[in-house]
Design a protein around this ligand. Sequence first.
Ligand SMILES: Cc1cc2nc3c(=O)[nH]c(=O)nc-3n(C[C@H](O)[C@H](O)[C@H](O)COP(=O)(O)O)c2cc1C
Length: 274
Amino acid sequence: MINDNKKEKGVVLYHSGAGSTKFIAQLITEELSPFFDMEISHIKNEFNNEKLNRYSFVVFGFPTHHAEPSLSMLEYVSGLNKFSVSPKAFIFTSYGLYPGNSLRIFAKFLNKKNIRVLGSEEFKSPASDGVLLFPDKLKFMFNFEQNLYRKIKNFAKQVVSCKTSENNKLPPYKWYVPLNNLIKPLGEFTYGKYKKNISADTDLCIKCNKCIDNCERNAWINISEYPVFVVDKCEFCLECIHKCPVNAISFSENMKNKPRLNEKFFKTVKYEQL
Ligand SMILES: Cc1cc2nc3c(=O)[nH]c(=O)nc-3n(C[C@H](O)[C@H](O)[C@H](O)COP(=O)(O)O)c2cc1C
């Protein structure tokens, strides 16, 4: 066990657009808290090498985008220096339908910084707003996996029971993922098209600047009366849409006035699943 009588420090660092990854990160933090002195943070809070060195281990969580880790998470790790003493990490992704090799890609990314990956997990979460554009038949994509909470608990157990000396474990390679490359351009094209339509409705906007403050990639800027959207910076993670307190931001007329997420996910995942 990493853990002994004295509580070691651990941190869960996440990137999240629509909120699913954040929610899972919170539940993982809760599960680990009896064993470790836990903290949780969004990656934007400047966790550099020096700060990360204060923890015995780091849990990284990110959404899968186009069968890869979210760009913000990759950029965050790119910005770290190579560690001289290899930190221990556990990684997880939340995905809507098919995570591909996103965990393995991310593990290799961490390895380049000399960060060891000791455990990993994929969590099927509700697909996010893109599904609002599909016919009703596809609304099943709003579902999340039935054993999600159990899986979260098992993931936490992996962390608790991990031996300090354990070596890097790459998540298994899924041979069929290259097939995904055939449909990937279609997904990117579709999302690219909707990304261009992201805008804030000035009739609703209350100029709170939450979109500006929360965007990891500075895709919202403060150069006029209302926040201005810069499409080239956007990774379409949807965080601005979900952080807007008055639902002023959207990328299609179709999604206006529709419930944005599967509320059941946030309300029941912990209480009805065991
Ligand atoms: C731009 C974009 C691309 C996505 N690509 C995939 C994908 O390739 N495979 C998948 O299973 N889910 C995909 N999803 C769904 C998300 O992975 C899923 O909804 C995830 O739980 C979102 O996490 P978040 O709420 O923390 O942002 C994509 C979502 C977006 C916005």
